[in-house]
Design a protein around this ligand. Structure first.
Ligand SMILES: [Zn+2]
Length: 164
């Protein structure tokens, strides 16, 4: 599989901002993630490139302390999960509660087994077998049977982004 030239050009624009950002965009574009989050505001060419890839975007305002806030950009092929994310997280403080980890894991397409084990051992993530050599965005649970399905597809998307 290769990217057509228009898609490649859009991925190059995103890669100039950040490699992982471009990787998330192509994973989402290809349907391997229901939605993704870029933890920074986005405007101009980056936002336009996401939209040209056929992704819908939302700006989400998060608070960190009483007087501090920042913007995130979330994107997906369709609005459903973006609406859920906005309803739950827009104008809300950043937190790492078990509830948040479960909701984010669901919306971002992490294997449910990995999310469950991460929640259980949330304060000692280093004890997990992390596939450091794999281009993943989630902690991999012990004995995971889902991650091995994702890895070849993720690797292929990683290769495509890398070649742009
Ligand atoms: Zn798992």
């Amino acid at each position: 599989m290769e990217l057509d030239s228009a898609t490649g050009e859009r991925i190059r624009v995103l890669k100039a901002i950040d490699f992982d950002f471009a990787f998330l965009a192509l994973l989402t574009h290809r349907g391997l993630k229901p939605m993704s989050r870029w933890g920074k505001p986005l405007a101009g060419a980056g936002l336009e490139a996401l939209r040209q890839l056929g992704l819908q975007t939302r700006k989400i305002r998060r608070t960190v302390r009483m007087d501090k806030s920042f913007n995130e950009t979330v994107f997906a092929c369709a609005p459903g999960y973006l609406d859920i994310y906005a309803a739950h997280f827009d104008h809300r403080p950043v937190d790492s509660s078990a509830e948040t980890v479960r909701i984010e894991g669901f919306l971002f397409g992490y294997p449910p087994c990995c999310v469950a084990q991460y929640v259980k051992h949330h304060y000692a993530p280093d004890e997990f077998p992390i596939h450091k050599e794999q281009p993943l965005f989630h902690w991999v649970c012990q004995g995971c049977q889902i991650t091995s399905l994702l890895v070849p597809a993720y690797k292929e998307i990683y290769r495509l982004v890398d070649r742009c």
